[in-house]
Design a protein around this ligand. Structure first.
Ligand SMILES: Cc1cc2nc3c(=O)[nH]c(=O)nc-3n(C[C@H](O)[C@H](O)[C@H](O)COP(=O)(O)OP(=O)(O)OC[C@H]3O[C@@H](n4cnc5c(N)ncnc54)[C@H](O)[C@@H]3O)c2cc1C
Length: 664
């Protein structure tokens, strides 16, 4: 009996979470069981403990029954630990006198046998009751927020987030790994469902980024390392040399004209290989920044040193071109980070039965976006590789989407962009256009109306997954054509449709280097490989790393309106953090018992946050409380047991283990 003479007085609260927990766990019997445990003064169950009346129960009992420890058996601490800590504070208790038991994700959602699930919940509850009795009061720390923000990725998501924050007076670093910002949207001519001109919406925003006094734009650059924590991140950015100095180049493009080495031309990435480019190039006429890049892999000067260097002559007195420029690394301090690294399209070669890369007239949708583009390789004319206009076109939906053999998810935008391309192809060529679809998905503002418009334009829709595309003619009508073989599931027959051009509506995928990017920013990937949000409904732009937010298709496929909305939300989250000035930090930090520390330094290289330093005078280590993130690595590694951790004290953990094992 200590604790102000009343001894330990524990209240246990078990949540039904509607039927989320109650369907799998016998909540009433669990609460009755908890009432029998030592030091438990009151045990209650309630439908939704997280709501106000639920929290009131806890507040009231703290006062009425003089509780000094609380155990809540409910959902993941990620969701409601903060909520219940708040209830303790409202009741006048230190918030760290709480122990939360996750009987939803760890019990109800993973067990089918109700009896066994209830027994497991009892074990966890018993352990929590033993543990919480050993809890000590703790004070959360506060860390100041650096007001600058890093935005990674210069597609429409990164651009919108950067401009929103910059317009609010914040300093932004926008890092894009390509030589220009713009992302995928820069490749489009029109956008669904309004068919408005993509360049007219995007390029003014791109120019605004470049011109904004609050934005530092680093293209052709990549983040290589992030250290620190919410409010104080130190970021290293690698900047590849363009061999054209951004500070001296006037954007006249005379160097491009002057480059005479035609044989060095290579497929142009921006036009997806539909055209070729010179070794010195600019991605597209409206690229930002308006500064060319020299590709050292194809430039004669880099390869043989025997170039006449006509580009340097053309640049003249500006001296912007320098073959000596080197890669460099910048280091910046920021308080928050918005990751907006976007997506890649499915590689159509993986669906080999559609003949992409085998038949020249099988195109991906992204290639057709370039063909229909007024500033694309054909000036907006839809023509085949031999220059003919197609008279019949087949658009195959869901290539690399909704398919067990490739990607299982729906890419969300392909139905709509297929309708857009069908309209544009018909408008430009008058061709008969066939859409081969599994389901038409048009759940957006104005989307269904757009579909109706296409039906009125007499675009054909055939329901069924195309089995293969070949050039095997079975009769004269199929000679010289590509033939799509498909089971028409509405007419219940297998059809062969000969066409001049096939367009593959390729799905959206995470970048292949997403796991590596995730490691840099300490964020995880979902099962599909897109970055994982903290909570799909309550924290859709947050990640599990405080101060790191997500925007756009790096989190999952979405269209431009949703991308822009999410980018705005990410910017608002960063803004809220900055304007708060400081952020509360968990007090679960590691600390050293100096008398026991032998000064062996084992812990120093192990600390991922560089929080441990050696005090030369005292021959002992010290842990910087502001830098420690409570990962526990040093605690586990310390050979003398001199490093301990708040909220994970040995006594607390041993009590918890004994509680689990104490099944009677
Ligand atoms: C064929 C096709 C047609 C479409 N048509 C439409 C349409 O008409 N209307 C519509 O609403 N939506 C359309 N969409 C969807 C649209 O493309 C996306 O909603 C939008 O591009 C998402 O923008 P984002 O910024 O998230 O990603 P992205 O456009 O992919 O931009 C991401 C940027 O991040 C950069 N990046 C990647 N990794 C890194 C890194 N590690 N470091 C730094 N930078 C990095 C990339 O280079 C890129 O510039 C279409 C999609 C496709 C495939």
């Amino acid at each position: 009996m200590s604790e102000a003479n009343g001894g330990i007085r524990i209240g246990v609260y078990t949540c039904h979470c509607g039927t989320n927990i109650a369907a799998a766990v016998d909540v009433e019997s669990l609460a009755a069981y908890a009432a029998t445990l030592p030091d438990v003064v009151v045990s209650r169950e309630y439908k939704y403990l997280c709501c106000d009346p639920g929290q009131d129960l806890i507040r009231q009992d703290i006062a009425d029954k003089r509780l000094n420890r609380i155990v809540v058996a409910a959902c993941s601490p990620h969701l409601h630990e903060h909520t219940f800590r708040g209830a303790l504070v409202a009741g006048g208790l230190n918030p760290f006198y709480l122990q939360l038991v996750n009987i939803r994700e760890h019990v109800a959602w993973v067990h089918e046998d109700r009896k066994e699930a209830t027994r497991k919940a009892e074990d966890l509850l018993r352990a929590a009751v033993r543990r919480v009795a050993r809890h000590e009061p703790l004070e959360p720390g506060r860390t100041p927020i650096h007001p600058d923000v890093l935005v990674v990725g210069g597609g429409i998501a990164g651009i919108h987030a950067a401009l929103t924050l910059a317009n609010a007076g914040k300093r932004i670093y926008l890092v894009e790994r390509e030589p220009t910002i713009g992302g995928h949207m820069a490749k489009f001519d029109r956008t669904f469902p309004t068919l408005d001109c993509a360049a007219c919406i995007l390029t003014p925003k791109m120019s605004a980024v470049k011109a904004h006094p609050n934005i530092t734009l680093w293209t052709y650059s990549e983040v290589t390392k992030v250290d620190g924590h919410v409010g104080n991140y130190t970021v290293k950015v690698k900047r590849w040399p363009r061999y054209v100095r951004e500070d001296l180049c006037a954007g006249c493009m005379e160097c491009l004209e002057a480059c005479v080495y035609e044989e060095a031309r290579v497929p142009d990435d921006f036009n997806l290989g539909l055209t070729k480019r010179k070794p010195i190039y600019i991605a597209f006429p409206e690229a930002v920044p308006q500064v060319p890049v020299i590709d050292p892999d194809t430039c004669i000067q880099f390869k043989s040193g025997k170039c006449k260097k006509t580009c340097i002559d053309a640049c003249g007195e500006r001296h912007a071109i320098s073959f000596q420029l080197q890669e460099k690394t910048e280091e910046i301090e920021v308080g928050s980070i918005i990751v907006a690294t976007g997506f890649q399209v499915f590689d159509a070669r993986r669906a080999s039965y559609y003949g992409y890369g085998v038949y020249p007239n099988v195109y991906t949708a992204l290639e057709v976006e370039r063909l229909v583009n007024a500033s694309g390789p054909t000036g907006g004319e839809v023509v085949l590789r031999d220059g003919r206009a197609p008279k019949t076109v087949g658009i195959v939906h869901c290539v690399g989407s909704r398919d067990e053999n490739t990607n299982r998810w729906c890419s969300r935008v392909c139905c709509m962009y297929s309708l857009k391309l069908a309209h544009l192809i018909k408008e430009r060529t008058g061709a008969e256009v066939f859409n081969f679809y599994i389901d038409i998905r048009t759940p957006g503002k104005g989307f269904e109306e757009f579909y109706q418009k296409l039906l009125n334009e007499r675009v054909h829709f055939i329901r069924g997954r195309v089995a293969e595309v070949t050039d095997w003619a079975l009769d004269p009508t199929e000679e010289g054509k590509l033939v799509l073989r498909v089971e028409d599931t509405l007419a219940s027959l297998v059809r062969r449709i000969p066409v001049d051009m096939v367009v593959l509506a390729v799905g959206l995928e995470p970048h292949p280097d997403a796991p590596e990017t995730g490691r840099i920013f300490n964020i995880s990937c979902s099962e599909e490989g897109f970055f994982l949000e903290r909570h799909p409904k309550l924290a859709p732009v947050n990640t599990f790393t405080d101060g790191v937010f997500l925007a756009g298709c790096c989190q999952g496929p979405k269209d431009i309106p949703d991308t822009v909305a999410q980018a705005g939300a990410a910017a608002a989250e960063a803004l809220a953090l900055i304007d708060a000035g400081s952020v509360e930090t968990e007090p679960n930090t590691a600390y050293v018992i100096a008398e026991v520390c032998s000064g062996c330094k084992t812990c120093i290289p192990l600390c991922p946050y560089h929080a441990v330093t050696f005090l030369d005078n005292e021959k002992k280590v010290r842990i910087d409380q502001a830098m420690c993130r409570g990962c526990g690595t040093c605690v586990a590694a310390c050979p003398s047991g001199s490093i301990r951790q708040h909220l994970f004290e040995d006594e607390q953990i041993f009590e918890e283990i004994e509680g689990i094992l104490a099944y009677a």
